[in-house]
Design a protein around this ligand. Structure first.
Ligand code: AVJ
Length: 335
């Protein structure tokens, strides 16, 4: 397997990841055997899923993306003043790399590493970015950022800045989110930082609308996961045998997404049979919301020092800048 492909015309270095392995199929089966059944949200993002998510970000009801972009654009110079330039910029779960485009001129990174599970989507995004910023050294690394991250060798030895926008941290259970932030503090290393987007708790009506858009794009995004799973694990799920269910669980401060079976039926996945009753739900995503204080505390517990928060005028969304705390336990390791 070639470790990387260098595009002759652009400064994009593409690092193809390992082929989906048996653990992926086993992971899907393990989730489906659970009660309630569940499928990990990372399986939303095949090429069609990534395209549907791009459509979600443009929906009138789905405020997080445009609100975060507004914050990044409005405060880009202040953000750069806090982070300092010439950093090695690392973006796990980069998707279409649209948001980083708002910051490149201000941050002037030594290089940019985009990591995503959807290889073709990642390569296309990398091509677009290097066309827009011809001097940018851009690495596209295919990989699952929920797992252990192995960065390519021969990257610039600069202080690191991890960029994690979109409130994707909300997909993790709070305890797992803390463990994830710890892993990133190690990845950031001494003098490293984290620039992270976090959606705040708010009125249920606003949140429920954001995950139940009138056009039905979120429903299509949710159901497309079944078609992706069929391809990955030799399944025979039928999308129209399910209804999209999404609601704000206020006490847990999270959006929950499920796929609800319309009638009793059986599905076969990876050689196993699953009996689904009418009304039975498969859990597909949690999206936790954090107040500014709650997130600063979570990050502090993971060894980050809170430096600064930028928010929009309506207080819907936060962009936090945190620095790796050199005195935090285990701070010295670098990956
Ligand atoms: C990409 C995980 C941040 O939870 O808001 C959008 C995914 N799910 N609509 C979110 C999503 C339904 C999104 N994140």
């Amino acid at each position: 397997m070639r470790l990387f492909e260098k595009n002759s015309t652009s400064r994009l270095v593409f690092h193809p990841g390992p082929a989906p392995s048996a653990p992926t199929v086993e992971e899907i089966l393990a989730g489906l055997r659970e009660q309630p059944r569940r499928i990990h949200p990372k399986f939303f993002y095949d090429t069609r899923g990534s395209q549907l998510f791009d459509r979600i970000t443009a929906l009138p009801e789905y405020y997080p993306t445009r609100t975060e972009k507004e914050i990044l654009h409005r405060y880009r110079h202040m953000i750069a003043a806090h982070t300092g330039g010439a950093r090695l910029l690392i973006e796990p779960g980069a998707g279409s790399s649209e948001k980083i485009g708002l910051l490149i001129d201000a941050l002037r990174p030594s290089a940019y590493v985009a990591i995503d599970i959807a290889g073709e989507h990642l390569r296309a995004a990398g091509e677009r970015l290097t066309q827009r910023f011809p001097d940018l050294e851009c690495h596209a690394l295919v990989g699952d950022h929920c797992g252990a991250l192995q960065l390519p060798r021969n990257l610039p030895q600069a202080e690191r800045l991890i960029f994690y926008p979109g409130s994707s941290i909300g997909n993790f259970e709070p305890r797992a989110a803390a463990a994830f932030l710890q892993q990133w503090r190690r990845l950031a290393g001494p003098g490293g930082g984290l620039l992270i987007g976090v959606d705040r708790p708010k009125d249920s009506a606003v949140l429920n609308a954001a995950y139940n858009d009138a056009e039905g794009v979120t429903a299509a995004f949710n159901k497309n996961m079944l078609t992706h799973v069929n391809r990955l694990a030799d399944g025979d799920f039928a999308e129209d045998a399910f209804d999209h269910v999404a609601f704000y669980n206020e006490p847990r401060q999270r959006i929950e997404m499920h796929l609800q079976s319309r009638f009793d039926h059986t599905v076969r996945v990876g050689g196993e049979t699953f009996r689904l009753r009418a009304g039975e739900r498969i859990h597909t995503e949690n999206s936790y919301k954090y107040s500014s204080q709650a997130f600063a505390m979570l990050a502090a517990g993971a060894g980050f020092r809170h430096r600064r928060t930028w928010s929009d005028s309506q207080g819907l969304f936060d962009v936090h800048y945190l620095e790796a705390d050199p005195f935090a336990p285990g701070a010295r390791t670098l990956h």
